[in-house]
Ligand binder design. Sequence first.
Ligand code: HEM
Ligand code: HEM
Length: 238
Amino acid sequence: MALTISREDYVMHRIHSITGVLPVGYYMVQHLALNTFSIASPEKFNSVIEFFEGMPKHFLLAMEIAMIWVPLAFHAAYGLLIINRAKNNYFTTKYKWSENRMFFLQRASGVAIFFFLIYHVISTTVLKYASGNAEIIKYDAWAAKLHNPLLLLIYMVGILSASYHLGYGLWNFCIRWGITVTEAAQQRIQKISGVVFIAVTLMGWVALAGFFMHKPLGTPVAPVSTEQAPNTNVGLTR
Ligand code: HEM
Ligand code: HEM
């Protein structure tokens, strides 16, 4: 019985580990890279959104479910289970070794991303599908949203947490899969992980800065009622 549970844990842990890198880690990096189009111009940022919106709806939804939602939901749910089970010794040991601290921070960042993503996905994709209005995820809506200091802070911290989680995760991933075996190799990868952490954070923050650099296009974010419009015109011609 004990053997069955630990074997099951082993397989699930491996799937959790892989999903963190592919597709979730890969998705986040390309997602933030595409979001940096905000620094080019509102039109360029919107053209990325329109590219995806131009895909057949069933294809886009199937791609989102299979390549993002299911792997992310699994990684998040199993990750929370690991966090809940793990004995955290950062606060209980006398010596706060840096590896202990990094371990604690990776788990803390997992919890932070969990709440950040609930807010982020509901206020973007879910709201877009519920309202049938893609304007809510375009440049003007982001510029308005991020001029609220609290929301800007939430996004800055969300990006920082996710980048740290990915950077440290890559280091752990290489050890788990036997890619780095020697102490020297592990130290080299630790440096690369640090670079990933800083580079991905900066990429996300640059994307945020893009929403402060241009004048919004002035497109209404709320959908215009098609019933109201003819009546108003009639009133104006009288
Ligand atoms: C600069 C900050 C960010 C911006 C401007 C941004 C923008 C967007 C937009 C416009 C969407 C809606 C896509 C659609 O429905 O077509 C979206 C969805 C999403 N974002 Fe972000 N995002 C940011 C940061 C992040 C971060 C840090 C993560 C990961 C931790 C993330 C993960 C997601 C996920 C999982 C979705 C749902 C994907 C889907 O269903 O298509 N985003 N984001
Ligand atoms: C949504 C909330 C999330 C939670 C609760 C979570 C939780 C966790 C936990 C607990 C671990 C450590 C597993 C272990 O050491 O055994 C982990 C690893 C990892 N996570 Fe996440 N995670 C989340 C989101 C993300 C996101 C958005 C990414 C990508 C940017 C990601 C990428 C990774 C990677 C690459 C690993 C390393 C895999 C390994 O240890 O082999 N995670 N996650």
